[in-house]
Design a protein around this ligand. Structure first.
Ligand code: HEC
Length: 98
């Protein structure tokens, strides 16, 4: 019983640790490994945004309410795979990328 609990806890902590990177995985292609890239010479590095701004922006993209550079539809599509409750985790991870 104790062993089982240890295994469960270990798996959970590994999963929690891996969450940020796996959430950001699909974003790398356009925004860069460290969120440093300028996309299509238009969209500035997303690293410069505050964590709370990131949450607000990503939530708005998901709802299809944001279109800052004429590519809002691309970001709406990207955000469909990210559950609402994990958007803060994703934002935190972006700020922690080095
Ligand atoms: C196919 C390329 C592509 C992928 C993949 C992508 N993005 Fe974007 N991202 C864009 C484009 C294009 C814009 C500009 C959208 C607009 O016109 O408002 C953008 C805008 C943003 C912005 C706002 C930038 C600003 O200055 O306002 C954030 C934050 C962002 N993306 C985060 C993400 C995150 C997080 C992911 C992964 C879940 C992701 N993006 C995946 C292309 C992409």
């Amino acid at each position: 019983m104790k062993t089982l609990l240890t295994i469960v806890l270990l798996t959970l902590s590994l999963w929690a640790k891996g969450e940020g990177p796996s959430l950001y995985h699909s974003c790398k292609f356009c925004h860069g490994l460290k969120a440093e890239k300028t996309y299509a010479q238009k969209v500035p590095s997303i690293k410069k945004l505050d964590e709370s701004d990131l949450v607000a922006i990503l939530t708005a993209y998901k709802k299809g309410e944001l279109d800052n550079y004429g590519y809002g539809a691309i970001m709406k599509m990207q955000m469909q795979n990210i559950p609402d409750n994990l958007i803060p985790t994703l934002a935190k991870h972006i700020k922690e990328l080095k």
